[in-house]
Design a protein around this ligand. Structure first.
Ligand SMILES: Nc1ncnc2c1ncn2[C@@H]1O[C@H](COP(=O)(O)OP(=O)(O)OP(=O)(O)O)[C@@H](O)[C@H]1O
Ligand SMILES: [Mg+2]
Length: 264
């Protein structure tokens, strides 16, 4: 479905701060795949998701979506088929607009958006029904500004908006990392529910190894812009956190005892 072919992304190329965030990175994502992505800080996880979303163009390599070469497509064109939820609850929604105005914008994904954010009553009913599923009481707060919501409420709304018009691809970048453990678990349950119900093709970055093992049908560990580990299906089910840690040590010998990746 989405294929990255020898994708390479530098930052500050040619300067003393040069970083190769992704190096000749190849990945073949199949329809319905739910891939969890782990890796130490700076491994290239966010760069991978940003690269797919078109936040920047690669230095070399190619991206195809269902056999269409989208390597040079700008971000807004890709947004027609991609839903995103970020680590920061403030991203992904507009705090100055109401819940229903935000949802109206999300409902127009893939269509010509225009400037109007007016909400028709038939849409309002549909938004209310969707919000009710979250069980956070947001269906009674349609006119509240999103800036008034808590981090967890806002991430739940972002997730709902990302999947309101079924995306071909859902990109989740540590979307529960800024939440308290209880709220994080609620958002994760909701994530799982939405992905399974809609059979969404998903890439989920997490720093939590247990989460990475528990969710999805494929797990990828990145390190310094390259794939360190790529396990699928039954092989993934047999993996343990200890396996992941020892695989990391075996190939790198790095000491990552203080890294967020082991905070489980
Ligand atoms: N916009 C940018 N400008 C300059 N350097 C960047 C930029 N984005 C990422 N990098 C660098 O590219 C490398 C990969 O960063 P990336 O954000 O992809 O890591 P990550 O795996 O998401 O890490 P984390 O777990 O800390 O979120 C890092 O060295 C980072 O400093
Ligand atoms: Mg990141």
């Amino acid at each position: 479905m989405i294929v990255l072919d020898e994708y390479t992304k530098y930052f500050h190329r040619g300067s003393i701060n040069e970083v190769i965030a992704l190096k000749d990175f190849s990945l073949n994502v199949k329809n319905g795949d739910f891939i969890t992505i782990i890796g130490s800080n700076g491994a290239g996880k966010s760069t991978l998701l940003n690269g797919i979303a078109g936040v920047f163009l690669p230095d070399s390599g190619k991206i195809t979506l269902n056999d269409t070469n989208i390597t040079n497509w700008p971000e807004h064109r890709r947004a027609a088929f991609i839903g995103r939820v970020f680590q920061d609850p403030l991203l992904g929604t507009c705090g100055a607009l109401s819940i229903e105005q935000n949802m109206a914008i999300a409902a127009k994904r893939g269509k010509h958006r225009g400037l109007s954010i007016g909400v028709k009553s038939k849409h309002r009913k549909c938004f209310q029904a969707e919000l009710k599923k979250l069980d956070l009481g947001l269906e009674d707060r349609l006119h509240d500004k999103v800036g008034l919501l808590s981090g967890g409420q806002r991430q739940a709304l972002t997730l709902l908006m990302a999947s309101l018009v079924r995306p071909n691809l859902l990109l989740l970048d540590e979307h529960t990392a800024a939440l308290d453990p209880k709220t994080a678990n609620q958002i994760l349950d909701l994530t799982k529910e939405i992905i399974e119900k809609e059979n969404l093709t998903t890439l989920m970055v997490t720093h939590n190894m247990n989460q990475a093992l528990q969710f999805g049908n494929r797990l990828i560990m990145l390190h310094q812009g390259k794939t360190l580990l790529d396990v699928k299906a039954e092989e993934k089910q047999k993996l343990t956190v200890e396996n992941l840690i020892s695989k990391f040590y075996a190939s790198q010998g790095d000491n990552f005892a203080s890294d967020r990746m082991v905070l489980i």
